[in-house]
Structures are given as C-alpha cells and as structure tokens.
Design a protein around this ligand. Structure first.
Ligand SMILES: [Zn+2]
Length: 518
C-alpha cells in the first residue's frame, strides 16, 4: 500500500521563488494537457506512448518537465476513468442479474476502445462472442456511463506543485555536513540550472526512506512552506477476522457503532468551541471591513493622507489574509487530530474487525446534521473522517462496506416503521411501537442491517426506499413482539442473516434473540 512521508524543506527565499514559479508553470502545463486530452476521442489513447509527440511539448518549461506533466495528466485522466468504471460496475451489480449480461458489460468497461465507441455512439464489434441483448445493454451502459462522466468532473490540478522524476529531481546523502544529512537537486524553469536544497529527514522518515517508490512531489503547505512528499510502499497487514460493525456518524459524538459504543463523545463541545471562535473572528472581520469601506469613501471625497494611512494600517494588521488563513489552518489541524484520535481508538478497541459498514454520503443527505452547525467545520470533519477511515482500512486490510443511507436514521429497529417523528435529536422513540434507543445507535444498527438487505441496494432511489420500508411494515414482515428482547440484546449478530431468512424467524415469534449471547 502506498502512503507518503512529508519532509519540510527550508530553501532560501530566492530558491523558493524559483521553485514556486516553476510550480506555477508546471501546474498550468498539466491542466492544459488534461483539457486537451479529456475528450472521449482520446479515451483509447490515454497512455504516455500514444500521446507523447514532439508537437505536444510545452515550450515554456524544460523538456523534462513537459514530458513529466504529460505523464501526470494521463495518470489523472486514467484515475478518473477508473473511478467511473468502479461506479458503473457497482450499478451493474445492482441492476443486471443475468450473469452473461454482466459479463458482457464488464468486458466492455474493461477496454477503453469500447467505452469510447459507446460514448461517441459509434458502431463497434465486440471481439468476443456473447449471447446477450446487445442493443439493450449498449443503451443501458451508455446511460450509466454518461451519468458517471457527469458525476466525475474532469480532473484539475488545483494547487501548484511539482511532481518530479529521476531526471528532474535527485536526492543524495550529504555526509560532510554537520547540519544536514541529505540534499535534493531540483530542475527548475530556468533551463540548465538546478536548485540545491539541503534537508534533514527525521528519524521516523529516515527509517521509511529505504522503502521509497515512485515520484517525489514538492508542494507548498497551507502556510506556504515547501514540503517534500515521498511515496513509500508499506506492507499490508493480513486480516483473518470476521467481525462486522456498523457505524454512524453521530449527532453529538463523532462515531457511534452498532455495538452501542460511542467514540469522540466530547466532539460536540469541541465543535461548539471552534465554531464560536470562528464566528467571533468572522464578525470582527466583517466589522472591520465595514470600517474600511467607510474610510475608503471618505478618502475618495477628501483625499486625506491620514485616512489613507489608516486604511493601509487596517489592511496590514487587522485584515491580513495571512492571519486569517493561519487561523483556518489551526482549526483544521485541531479537527484532523481529533478525528484521527477517535478513529484510532475505534480500531484499537475492535481488534477482531474485518468489515466496517457505513453510509455512503450522497448529494441528498449532505446536510443531515442540521443547518445550525457550521457547514465549513462539518465539511472538514466529514472529509478527514473519510480519509482516515480509508487510510486505516487499507493499512489493516479492513473492508469498508458502503450502504444506502436513506431512512436509516428514521427507521425503527424494532418494527421497521420509518418516520421523521421517530427521531428527536439524540433520542429515538418509535411512534408506532414505542421502541426506545439512542438515535445514533439505532442508525448504526440499521446501516449494518442494510448490508444484508436484498431489496435496498446502494443505488435504490430515496423515495423507493421509503416505499419498500412502508410495505414491509404494513405487510407485517417485521412485527413488534420483539420489543422487550431487542432492548436487551447487546450485539446485533442476528441481523447478519439475509432478510429473507429473518422473515421466517420473525414469523415464528423472534426466538432468534434468545440464542444470541447475553
Ligand atoms: Zn417501532
């Protein structure tokens, strides 16, 4: 598994400026290549060999960087294509039941030339024989591909950076120096000259240094300091566990799991504190902005030099972007550290973990946690949580099983009735059967249950989910006599049977709960 180590670089200002301007041109070059080759007609040529031609070179940048930028653009475009493929595959799994038809569709997806022909609505002949409804399936795959191409925007290098290779960057040991152990030599926009920056990897980085693999990336961090990112290959731990846990991102806590454990319980306090600080700063700033506009108005009328000085002072000391950004960075860092801590404790407390079952956040439930909480803070929290879960699951070979989140917070775990009124902030009380539970625990258990739901898949539309749930309730598929026992069940092992099987058990009085460990 790939991860990166970060090393701080401290070049002189002159060297830094040179690198920064190189980055800028490099970024523009990559983005230009992406735009040039993002069309469907290049889909079957997305490799360096096909696109590398002298006429595709960007003359403003050293030839090595130009080729490098092209390779990077190709990588990013291919990553997007892979994502699109993956999403399409998931859809096909959910909609197409016939094995041969699935096989046909996967075969088409595998080869870019078919995707290209489908997207350009060109005739094509598949070089393998399939006994399927080709015309229908071609239309179907066109539809889902178009959808996914729309969903996954053309990639863009949003921040300036330098992705280097063996030609453009070189790291050497620097034994003679008392202060630095290594140097990096970087090519820049100025052809023929190299910037040399000495640096010191810390002990931890040094240990991983030998595992380095692939391109270095040099880029500025949020505070504007240059960092060297070194990709390393880390061995993945084997995982022979079987335990499955559903998690919900809690209302006041960060994570609540289907075993009724809560992690990051003081999250709400932290968020409030950060939010208050944030809003206070924002208010102050708005006031000062108001003052500045007023002063500016006065100045245009009077041209008074004193007023002009005041404006400049305000800009420099009170409204500086730098201060504000530093604040943002700090807040972000606090959130990130907390998220990491919470996820680490969740994983270490569940050493037998094989699968984490969680909701897939879509467009419709982005604001699930209310409008009151700060949107920006929430956005960061969600992002960090997703990143950390992905990272830790890769490292420990834990599977992340994403589920359709529709109504998981409103559905009653006991009788199955979905209703908004069942949930009252942190408490869940079913209006039909009176079942009581912590609202987040109820959610986490419902999410785990979804994994075994044969009717509700990841792509079942929101409205349809409600219809299915209501039908189940009125059909009496899930009946309330379970109430007493359910409240005393510690884990929800019994949910791991497919729904069909569960029905049979439930119809005979829900005895399965007696057999679960108390
Ligand atoms: Zn109920």
């Amino acid at each position: 598994m790939q991860r990166t180590i970060k090393i701080k670089l401290n070049p002189t200002q002159k060297k830094k400026d040179e690198i920064l301007s190189t980055m800028k041109v490099y970024q523009e070059t990559v983005n230009r290549f992406i735009n040039k080759f993002s069309g469907y007609k290049y889909l079957d040529k997305l490799n360096y060999k096909c696109l590398y031609k002298p006429k595709n070179k960007d003359k403003r940048i050293a030839s090595n960087y130009s080729t490098n930028a092209l390779a990077y653009a190709v990588t990013l475009l291919n990553k997007r294509l892979d994502l699109i493929r993956k999403e399409c595959k998931a859809r096909i799994y959910n909609h197409i039941t016939n094995k041969e038809e699935r096989h046909y569709l996967f075969y088409l997806l595998k080869q870019p030339k078919y995707i290209q022909a489908i997207m350009l609505r060109k005739e094509f002949v598949v070089d393998k024989e399939f006994d399927v409804r080709q015309e229908y399936l071609n239309k179907y795959i066109h539809r889902i591909l178009r959808h996914e191409f729309k969903n996954n925007n053309t990639p863009e290098l949003k921040k300036p950076l330098l992705r280097t290779d063996v030609v453009t960057a070189n790291i050497q040991e620097y034994k003679d120096s008392k202060h630095f152990s290594h140097i990096i030599k970087l090519s820049t926009i100025n052809k023929g000259t190299r910037v040399i920056i000495p640096f010191n990897p810390n002990k931890w980085a040094l240990k991983l240094f030998s595992k380095r693999k692939g391109c270095f990336i040099v880029c500025p961090d949020e505070k504007g300091k240059l960092n060297l990112h070194i990709p390393i290959e880390e061995e993945i731990k084997e995982n022979n566990n079987v335990q499955e846990i559903g998690i919900d991102k809690g209302f006041r806590k960060l994570i609540v799991d289907s075993n009724k454990q809560k992690y990051g319980e003081d999250w709400n306090k932290l968020e409030k504190k950060l939010d208050n600080k944030f809003q206070k700063k924002q208010k102050q700033r708005n006031k000062l902005y108001g003052l500045k506009t007023e002063l500016y108005k006065k100045w245009t009328e009077t041209k008074d030099k004193k007023i002009y000085k005041k404006i400049k002072h305000l800009e420099k000391y009170n409204l500086s972007k730098k201060k504000f950004n530093n604040n943002k960075v700090k807040t972000k860092e606090t959130i990130k550290n907390n998220v990491n801590k919470v996820v680490n404790s969740f994983v270490s407390k569940n050493p037998k973990l094989k699968t984490i079952v969680l909701e897939k956040l879509g467009r419709f439930n982005k604001n699930k946690y209310g409008r009151k909480s700060n949107r920006l803070l929430n956005q960061w929290k969600r992002g960090f949580l997703k990143d950390k879960l992905t990272f830790i699951s890769q490292l420990n070979s834990i599977e992340l099983a994403y589920q359709n989140p529709a109504y998981t917070s409103q559905e009653c775990l006991n009788c199955g009735y979905p209703d908004r009124r069942n949930r009252n902030s942190e408490r869940f009380t079913c209006i039909k059967c009176g079942f009581k539970e912590d609202a987040d625990v109820n959610g986490a258990m419902n999410i785990l249950k979804r994994k075994y739901d044969q009717e509700i898949s990841l792509y079942t539309p929101y409205k349809q989910v409600k219809e299915i749930l209501l039908k189940r309730y009125s059909d009496g598929v899930i009946k309330p006599p379970r109430l007493e026992k359910l409240n005393s069940v510690k884990s929800c092992e019994s949910y791991k049977q497919p729904l069909q099987e569960q029905n049979i058990i439930l119809a005979t009085g829900g005895e399965s709960f007696n057999s679960s460990p108390q």
